[in-house]
Design a protein around this ligand. Structure first.
Ligand SMILES: Cc1ncc(C[n+]2csc(CCOP(=O)(O)OP(=O)(O)O)c2C)c(N)n1
Ligand SMILES: [Mg+2]
Length: 328
C-alpha cells in the first residue's frame, strides 16, 4: 500500500507511466520513418506530471493540456489507437485525421490560452452549480504570457473552481527559465492574485498526484483557484523539427542528472523496495504495454486516409470562392 493505493492500483500507475512514455517514444519513431508527418512535441521525462494529473481528475472534470501532453491523454485512459490514427492523418483519428499533433482534443498549440479557457469552463461550472473542476496546464515559457495572468486574476476574484498547473521543464524551446523569470518558484506568482501557490517535485508521481488532488478538491469545495508548479524535465528536444538543437543550449551532464530522478524508474524502485510487487510483475506490464502500443500502431496503419475534399468539412465556411472542393 502506498498512500491509499493497493497493489493493483500501484501496478496500474506503473502501467500508465509506461504507456505514456512508450506512446510518445513510438510517435517519434514513426515520425522518423515518415509515417507521421509534421512536428511532434513529446513529453518524455514529464510522465510523473501527466500521470499525477490524470489520477487527480474525477469524472466530469476537464483539463486543457499543452502541446507536450499527448502522453497524458493515454494516462487519462484515451485509446492510443485513435491517437496514432490522428497523428498519421487517418480518418479513424480523434479529429478524423484533420488535426494532427497540435490539435488533439483538449490540446492547444497556442501558448497562454489554457488558463483563460480553463477559467471560462470553471465559470460555466460555477454558474450551472456543477461540482466540476477545470484544470489549465501551461509551460514555464507560457507562464509569462498576458492572457494567463488576466484570467488568473479573474478566476481569483470570482473564486472559480480551477487549478492552474505549470509544467516547468526549465526551457521554452532553447530559452532557459533562468533568463525569463527572476523567481525561484513560479508558484510564487499566486501571491499577486491572492491565491495559494505550491511547488512540487514534478519527477515524483505521488507528489504531483497528492498536491493536484488536494488543490482540485479544494477548488471543488468552493475555495477557489490555486497554482501548482511541477518542476520537471524533458529528455527529448523541443520538437521533432528542432532535434538538431539537442545539445546547443544544455549539457549532456544536465540531462543525465535529471534522468537520475526518472519518474518511471523511481516508481518501480519504490514498489520493489516496499515489496509491493516483484520484478516479474513489472516485466509482465512492460510486455502488455508493448503489445498494446504495437496493436494500436497497426490499427492506425490499416486505417484509410481521408479524401482530399474532406479538408473542407467541419469548417465554418464550407464554400470558398475560387477554391475547388472536388476533383483535385
Ligand atoms: C502564442 C504562441 N507564441 C509562440 C508559440 C511558439 N511556441 C511553441 S512551443 C513554445 C515554447 C513553449 O515553452 P513552454 O511554455 O515552456 O512549454 P514546453 O514547450 O517547454 O513544454 C513556443 C515559443 C506558440 N505556439 N504560441
Ligand atoms: Mg518549458
Amino acid at each position: 500500500m502506498i498512500e491509499n493505493f493497493d497493489k493493483e492500483k500501484c501496478l496500474d500507475i506503473y502501467r500508465l507511466l509506461k504507456m505514456s512514455r512508450r506512446f510518445e517514444q513510438k510517435t517519434l519513431e514513426l515520425g522518423g520513418q515518415g509515417e507521421i508527418l509534421g512536428s511532434l512535441h513529446v513529453g518524455v521525462g514529464q510522465e510523473a506530471v501527466h500521470v499525477g494529473i490524470a489520477l487527480a481528475l474525477k469524472d466530469g472534470d476537464i483539463t486543457f493540456r499543452t502541446h507536450r501532453d499527448s502522453g497524458q491523454m493515454v494516462a487519462e485512459g484515451i485509446d492510443p489507437k485513435y491517437l496514432f490514427a490522428e497523428l498519421m492523418g487517418k480518418i479513424n483519428g480523434y479529429c478524423m485525421g484533420l488535426g494532427g499533433s497540435m490539435h488533439l482534443p483538449g490540446i492547444s498549440g497556442v501558448l497562454g490560452v489554457n488558463a483563460p479557457m480553463a477559467s471560462g469552463a470553471a465559470l460555466a461550472f460555477k454558474l450551472r452549480n456543477e461540482k466540476r473542476v477545470a484544470v489549465g496546464q501551461y509551460g514555464d515559457g507560457a507562464s509569462n504570457l498576458g492572457p494567463l495572468h488576466e484570467s488568473m486574476n479573474m478566476a481569483a476574484i470570482w473564486k472559480l473552481p480551477v487549478v492552474f498547473i505549470c509544467e516547468n521543464n526549465g526551457y521554452a524551446v532553447t530559452t532557459s527559465i533562468k533568463y525569463s523569470s527572476l523567481l525561484e518558484n513560479l508558484s510564487d506568482r499566486g501571491k499577486a492574485w491572492g491565491i495559494p501557490g505550491e511547488t512540487v517535485d514534478g519527477m515524483d508521481v505521488m507528489a504531483v498526484y497528492k498536491a493536484a488532488s488536494r488543490l482540485i478538491e479544494r477548488a471543488r469545495s468552493g475555495e477557489g483557484p490555486a497554482i501548482l508548479e511541477c518542476k520537471t524535465y524533458r529528455y527529448e528536444d523541443h520538437s521533432k523539427s528542432t532535434a538538431n538543437l539537442v545539445l546547443s543550449y544544455r549539457s549532456k551532464d544536465e540531462i543525465a542528472e535529471w534522468m537520475k530522478k526518472d519518474a518511471i524508474a523511481g516508481w518501480a524502485g519504490k514498489l520493489l523496495d516496499e515489496k509491493i510487487c516483484t520484478k516479474a510483475d513489472l516485466d509482465k506490464i512492460d510486455e502488455l504495454v508493448e503489445k498494446t502500443i504495437e496493436e494500436a500502431v497497426e490499427f492506425a496503419r490499416n486505417s484509410p486516409l481521408p479524401e482530399p475534399e474532406d479538408a473542407f468539412k467541419h469548417m465554418y465556411a464550407t464554400e470558398i470562392k475560387g477554391i475547388p472542393q472536388k476533383g483535385w
